[in-house]
Design a protein around this ligand. Structure first.
Ligand code: NDP
Length: 385
């Protein structure tokens, strides 16, 4: 029998990779809800192709365009944040949570509260609201499957092992496009250079996060929430080839690694088919062509983002939500050409210094901290560096 799927963030990079897998296994899937923010024409075209029951745009102003593009079909159209959450709460076999940023938190929470299986790509939701999301997972009896390639690799390496037997988690990082740049050279890197990731094809925000290594810092926090081995037992290792997607060391010093092509369809397929395996249209990994796999320690003097993230999660309380919000503001400003590359992490650190927040107890608390941190980061943007 076909399995049902809802996809939050259908028009993004993860969304398209997910739909490509569905396209190649069409008879196995029935699509319930597809969502976007405002890419109404693209969303409507996907909803038609995959015969979705409902298409939702987060930005209500884009609903008329969506309605028009879906005219003559029986596909429901809806718009706005409440509609996103209602669509996310529809009962399905798998919901892929792939909205970018904290904007994905409320819909992801709605999917979790519905008690189904949620394939989580939206790492910012876990960074900002880790404790609350995990509590909601427990309460609803939901299943959270890590879709981020590193966390999916760790998840796979843990199959057949016990988390209590884990000595260390080794979170691999490509190092981004500026891995070999000097501190001086980093001062003048451009938006175009930062948007060219050497190995992965991702949305703009994640690509910039990978260039600053903020992505790895967010993933460190994400790993802490998903795999409770203690922060001191999660280590970041730079691995420029992005073939080993992460590793788990057990207490006997056995190290298990998951390898694969640098293509998000691999971890997404692992989530969609879990606990089974599905075919993907990918070429097999040819290690003789890759040749060499190398590993090096991260340099936090040139790339302070991982240190900032580690300090934020150690501090706890509202710090991770502040960090995430400030980073979203800083990345948007960099993409806008309003600030320079090195200003991104500086702005995040300054915002963390200036905003204080107690431990959030609810989704509303997290969203309030997020809003306050965004406002402070925007204010700091206006101060010349
Ligand atoms: P993209 O920017 O490519 O896509 C984002 C998606 O979210 C789009 O469908 C976009 O719609 C939608 N969206 C954006 N803002 C809102 C909003 N305010 N309300 C509702 N929907 C919104 O992102 P990616 O696919 O690269 O990343 C998605 C998530 O997955 C991120 O959290 C990222 O960290 C994570 N991730 C991504 C990886 C990758 O390889 N891309 C790898 C691992 C994790 P619209 O098109 O209308 O703007």
């Amino acid at each position: 029998m076909a399995r049902s799927l809802s996809l939050l963030g259908a028009t993004g990079s993860i969304g398209k990779s997910t739909l490509d897998l569905i396209r190649h296994n069409r008879a196995d899937w029935r699509v319930e809800a597809l969502t976007a923010n405002c890419s109404a024409a693209e969303l409507a075209s996907l909803a038609r192709e995959f015969e979705a029951k409902i298409a939702v745009v987060g930005d209500e102003a884009c609903l008329p365009e969506l309605r028009e593009a879906l005219a003559g079909t029986s596909i429901e159209a809806a718009g706005g944040e409440t509609a996103l959450c209602e669509a996310a709460a529809r009962p399905v076999d798998v919901t892929v949570a792939a909205i970018v940023g904290c904007a994905g938190l409320a819909p992801t929470m709605a999917a979790v509260q519905a008690g189904g299986t949620v394939a989580l790509a939206n790492k910012e939701a876990l960074v900002s609201a880790g404790g609350i999301l995990k509590q909601a997972v427990r309460k609803a009896g939901a299943t959270l499957l890590p879709t981020d390639s590193e966390h999916n690799a760790i998840f796979q390496c843990l199959q057949g092992g016990e988390i209590s037997e884990v000595r260390r988690i080794l979170l691999t990082a490509s190092g981004g496009p500026f891995r070999t740049f000097t501190a001086e050279a980093l001062q003048s890197v451009t938006r175009e250079q930062a948007l060219k990731h050497p190995n992965w094809s991702m949305g703009a925000k994640s690509t910039i996060d990978s260039a600053t290594l903020m992505n790895k810092g967010l993933e460190y926090i994400e790993a802490h929430h998903l795999f409770p081995v203690g922060l001191e037992n999660i280590e970041i290792v730079v691995h420029p080839q992005s073939i080993v997607h992460s590793m788990v060391e057990y207490r006997d010093r056995s190290v298990l690694a998951q390898l694969g092509p640098s293509d998000m369809r691999v971890p997404i397929a692992s989530c969609l088919a879990y606990p089974e395996r599905m075919k993907t249209p990918l070429e097999p990994l040819d290690l003789t062509k890759v040749g060499t796999l190398t590993f090096e320690a991260p340099d936090e003097a040139r790339f302070p983002a991982t240190r900032i993230c580690r300090e934020a999660i150690e501090q706890g309380g509202g710090a991770p939500a502040i960090l995430n919000a400030a980073n979203e503001v800083a990345v948007a400003a960099f993409l806008d050409d309003s600030i320079q590359f090195l200003h991104i992490t500086r702005l995040v650190e300054e915002t963390l210094d200036q905003v204080e927040a107690p431990t959030p107890r609810s989704l509303e608390d997290v969203l309030a901290i997020d809003a306050e941190a965004r406002a402070k980061a925007q204010e700091l943007l206006t101060i010349p560096q």
